[in-house]
Ligand binder design. Structure first.
Ligand code: ARG
Length: 592
């Protein structure tokens, strides 16, 4: 379907041609002075140079030939050479009809669907999910949904961190506490128990304890490092313990992510890439890319034009151990083999920028990733507390994600207590949904690379640029539609487009104009990997709607045809808003 801006552009381009100018000057943009007009064309200014004429004269020539066109309510040339456009209500009605009758509201999918992998979440086994993991999950989930909506075949991979010292620390601590367990008995040859010797709460206590203890006791740390190496070498008892740690963690992680409305297609782990390392290292050596430097195996990654000097990427440490970059490189090899993706997207803290630059360069240099495979790093900023420092608990510890979620629902729960007319259980459910929207919208409405302040009071407010405000708008529409039905009206889920009338009133026109930005918005959010653009759009749409709601009689309208037309418009706005929040990764309750 042609977007409204495209339709206008076609008409204005033809206008330029008819007046004897190149049609390339007929480009259209949404007006930045909505008080004067809705759309504008600034092409006469550029054309002036080519034709050695005053821009206003060119604009005037073009407008002359377009004045009679029924697409415009008004088209005029204004100094110094702008063409200001106000479109006709009929054109807007047609745009509304198209949005209602076409799939995805007329948004065209990308011409060639691509295979894409998105690596997000990135939690570490045995460590509780904390707020540091929040942004990766929230932003990654939204980007995945946007790509999918645009038609790409995208797989979300949680890429569990399971290959580090944390496992060695847990094994060491367990051995200290329960030395009698068969996992530590080298001579044990029987079957290990199926049941893990610990629960998730045990793990959550053991890991921080062991981690803290290792910082003060060198021999303990050495023992944990030794245990990590032995596990990686395949020690049978340690391997069995690792499996328990993994299983217990994954069950808990899945529960946590489910509550966040975050769903992974793949639960792969850093260790899954290990089998690819030896051949990859051999290739790097054989290609003459990897060389020994101070005992370590490294690859140079500097490129002409670098502003800062990039240190070489270390592939193997002097003791032969692999590192984070080794695993990431081997994971690229694995993903190429399994999915042949056209793009791999990574989400991680922006402090990992250098790591990813190094990894991507080695991958390209060595041909581990195909020439036409795009490697994209989305580095996000920090979520800070009101003091501007990384968000902490009151006693200075890292805040668990679960706690943040619970605190936010509690805050919302308090707010919905006044004048609620539903049961306790529903109130709890609503509070969870709205709380999640508060967290996600608060995050996603910022550009990913920027830091932001988590402000509980503001994020959970039902007014202003917040998740709850957007949901409140959806709920308001739902309740209007329900009342209309109770009074005997009929509401079709996709709206009855033939009942739509051309807008006559200002705020109604405004609402149409905002709706028309849907396709451009989603396309921009896709190509720029920028969910915040969708947030901006739904905030604008909610504001437009609420203005329309306050300035017009909807259910009480005496004009039956107008009323029915409004109902269709309401259905369209609701569906667009719901689709957008779905792309952001949350949803609206039926009331709140
Ligand atoms: N587990 C890592 C961390 O906690 C994030 C992993 C990001 N993904 C990747 N392929 N490196 O920092």
């Amino acid at each position: 379907m042609k977007k409204l801006t495209e339709q206008l552009e076609e008409i204005v381009k033809a206008g330029f041609e008819r007046a004897g100018y190149d049609k390339k000057y007929g480009f259209i943009s949404v007006s930045n002075r909505p008080d004067l007009c809705q759309y504008q064309c600034n092409g006469a200014m550029a054309a002036a140079k080519e034709y050695h004429k005053a821009p206003i004269q060119i604009a005037g020539d073009v407008v002359e030939g377009l004045r009679e066109n029924s697409a415009f309510e008004k088209i005029e040339a204004v100094n110094p050479g702008f063409i200001n456009i106000t479109v006709s209500g009929e054109l807007l009605r047609q745009a509304g009809v198209q949005m209602m009758t076409q799939e995805r509201f007329g948004l065209e999918r990308s011409a060639e669907p691509r295979s894409v992998v998105i690596d997000y979440g990135g939690p570490n086994v045995a460590k509780p999910l904390h707020v540091g993991h929040l942004r990766s999950a929230i932003i990654g989930e939204s980007i995945k949904r946007i790509y999918r909506y645009m038609g790409d075949h995208i797989l979300g991979d949680v890429h569990l961190g399971d290959w580090g010292l944390q496992i060695g620390l847990i094994i060491t601590e367990l051995k200290k506490r329960q030395p009698e367990l068969p996992y530590f008995d080298e001579s044990f040859e029987g079957e290990y128990p199926e049941e893990a010797p610990f629960t998730i709460s045990d793990l959550e206590e053991i890991y921080p304890y062991a981690s803290g203890y290792s910082k003060e006791h060198e021999d303990y740390l050495a023992e944990a490092q030794e245990a990590t190496v032995r596990l990686q070498e395949g020690n049978r008892g340690y391997r069995a313990l690792y499996d328990h740690i993994l299983n217990v963690s994954v069950v808990d992680l899945k529960k946590n992510y489910e509550k966040l409305n975050v769903e992974f297609d793949l639960w792969k782990k850093e260790s899954d890439a290990q089998p690819y390392i030896p051949a990859m290292v051999e290739k790097l050596k054989a290609d003459g890319l990897a060389y020994m430097s101070e005992g370590a195996l490294v690859v140079d990654v500097t490129e002409e034009g670098d502003k800062k000097e990039l240190p070489p990427c270390i592939i193997l440490k002097s003791n032969g151990a692999s590192l984070y970059s080794t695993t990431d490189l081997a994971t690229i090899v694995e993903r190429e083999k399994l999915f042949a993706p056209k793009e791999i997207i990574y989400l991680a803290d922006k402090r990992q920028t250098m790591h990813f630059t190094q990894v991507f360069r080695v991958a390209k240099k060595a041909g581990l990733a195909g020439d036409d495979t795009e490697l994209t790093f989305i580095g996000f900023g920090t979520m800070n507390g009101k003091d501007g420092k990384p968000f902490k608990t009151r006693d200075g510890g890292v805040l668990r994600l679960e706690t943040l979620r619970e605190d936010t629902s509690t805050e919302v729960y308090k707010k919905i207590q006044e004048n609620r007319d539903y049961e306790e259980a529903e109130a709890r459910e609503i509070a969870e949904k709205v709380g999640l929207a508060a967290i996600k919208y608060g995050d996603l409405s910022n550009q990913a690379s920027k830091d932001y302040i988590f402000d509980m009071e503001r994020f959970t407010s039902f007014e202003g640029n917040t998740g709850p405000y957007i949901l409140y708008t959806i709920v308001r529409i739902k309740s209007l539609l329900a009342k209309y039905e109770q009074a005997g009206g009929r509401v079709s889920p996709t709206g009855e487009s033939e009942k739509l009338l051309a807008p006559v009133q200002d705020s109604e026109t405004g609402l149409y104009l905002t709706l028309c930005k849907f396709a451009d918005t989603v396309e921009a959010a896709y190509s720029e990997r920028a969910p915040h653009k969708i947030c901006q759009f739904i905030y604008e749409l909610s504001e437009s709607f609420n203005r329309f709601y306050h300035e017009n009689k909807i259910l009480a309208n005496e004009d039956e045809e107008r009323k029915t037309s409004y109902i269709q418009l309401l259905v369209l706005v609701k569906n667009v808003l719901e689709q957008c929040v779905e792309l952001l990764g949350f949803s609206a309750p039926d009331r709140m």
